[in-house]
Design a protein around this ligand. Structure first.
Ligand code: ATP
Ligand code: ATP
Ligand code: MG
Ligand code: MG
Ligand code: MG
Ligand code: MG
Ligand code: MG
Length: 280
């Protein structure tokens, strides 16, 4: 195409290519969802419709982007993990983040009426921010996932107790907050059990564990897994060719696999050992 005298402005664009061979996590988070959840009358502490809608939108994102290997969601946030070999958009951060954010938001709005029938959306409409973070090792990536799931647990235990004090105990928000200030997990479990006969362990897994979305193949029986996940050293050209076809095949297999939403522990080894394809 012919150059114009204006073409030079292109050179002001800054490169934002993410490092090769690193796991890319794009985390999105609802903007002002505290207010948003009040506006649409989300049930507290957990509105099941809102969580199901988040999961449906995330599943749609994964269906459209086969490079995503796993996603994890809690509350108004979702983390999408791109495989370390991903070359989508030449790994340009802004392209990856904005595509995830806009695809997710579009589906959130599109699917809203399925999950909130008779509750029309009106401005300010739901919107999400997003960022990309790179993790150089499987251990770092797993620690990231563990970090989010621990956060889910801490928040859910707090919120469950906080709302029990208000909804069943008849407290106002200020007093409930005061009651819980500086309390440990054991204290909250005790409040729930002794005052409200709630055994936190029996709360639904979807609230305690959050939601993990991945492509489902055949499970590996416990105890038979254990192959190294980390990459090896240098490769010959023949090996590179082979791994290229392997990569193509894997990509096709991934695109075809059933996508499932589950509420499992992703901190323990078992989840990963039984699904070695996720991080290989
Ligand atoms: P920011 O724009 O900084 O992210 P925010 O208001 O979205 O602000 P968050 O820390 O992201 O704050 O918290 C999200 C809030 O959305 C929660 O604290 C909760 O009040 C509400 N929320 C999200 N999902 C649900 C749900 N399924 N049920 C009930 N409330 C929810
Ligand atoms: P990429 O995902 O790389 O951006 P693309 O298909 O979106 O690929 P663009 O270079 O962004 O390619 O071009 C957008 C294309 O969308 C145009 O070439 C044109 O075919 C189509 N298009 C966009 N707006 C209109 C419009 N108002 N009327 C007709 N066609 C349009
Ligand atoms: Mg935020
Ligand atoms: Mg938010
Ligand atoms: Mg949040
Ligand atoms: Mg264009
Ligand atoms: Mg375009």
């Amino acid at each position: 195409m012919a150059n114009s005298k204006y073409e030079y402005v292109k050179s002001f664009e800054q490169p934002d290519v993410l490092l090769p061979n690193t796991w890319i996590v794009v985390r999105i988070d609802g903007r002002g969802f505290h207010k948003f959840s009040n506006k649409y009358g989300f049930e507290k502490p957990n509105d099941r419709r809102a969580i199901d809608l988040m999961n449906a939108a995330a599943k749609a994102v994964m269906t459209e982007l086969p490079d995503i290997v796993i996603a994890y969601g809690i509350s108004d946030e979702y983390s999408f993990v791109f495989h370390k070999s991903c070359t989508l958009f030449d790994r340009r951060s802004s392209k990856l983040v904005t595509t995830i954010v806009s695809t997710f938001t579009a589906y959130y709005v599109h699917l809203w009426s399925q999950f909130f029938p008779g509750v029309p959306l009106s401005p300010p409409l739901p919107s999400f921010d997003g960022r990309a973070v790179q993790y150089p090792s499987v251990q770092n990536l797993r620690d990231y996932m563990s970090w989010r799931q621990v956060d889910c647990h801490i928040n859910n235990l707090y919120n469950t107790t906080f709302w029990a004090l208000i909804q069943i105990g008849g407290m106002d928000a200020k007093s409930a907050e005061k009651e819980l200030a500086g309390s440990l997990s054991a204290d909250k479990n005790e409040i729930l059990f002794s005052r409200f006969k709630i055994n936190y362990n029996n709360e639904p897994e979807i609230y305690k564990k959050g939601s993990v979305i991945f492509r489902d193949y055949e499970l590996v029986e416990p105890g038979t897994a254990g192959e190294a996940i980390e990459d090896d050293g240098a490769k010959t050209t023949e090996q590179i060719k082979l791994s290229k076809t392997q990569e193509e095949n894997d990509k096709k297999r991934r695109a075809k696999a059933r996508i499932t939403v589950q509420h499992l522990d992703v901190i323990k080894d078992e989840f990963w050992e039984r699904r070695p394809w996720l991080l290989s």
